[in-house]
Ligand binder design. Structure first.
Ligand SMILES: [Zn+2]
Length: 65
């Protein structure tokens, strides 16, 4: 059984409406941090998620170190 510790600051809110909870982030993870790409940005994202509050399509890519 895995235990999840979800706190308020581990929830990434939608950058458009600041209300939709789009990702839950584990800050202690060893993986490369993600970066959000806003709609209309020239940068192409590998993954997209949809905010369930404002329906914006937010891109996700890995943050370049
Ligand atoms: Zn939103």
């Amino acid at each position: 059984m895995t235990q999840q510790h979800i706190t308020e600051d581990s929830i990434v809110l939608c950058p458009i409406c600041k209300r939709g909870k789009i990702i839950i982030e584990e800050k202690d993870a060893d993986d490369v941090p993600l970066q959000l790409i806003l709609p209309g940005s020239k940068r192409k994202a590998r993954w997209y998620i949809k905010c369930n509050v404002c329906k914006s399509q937010i891109g996700i890519t890995v943050k370049k170190q």
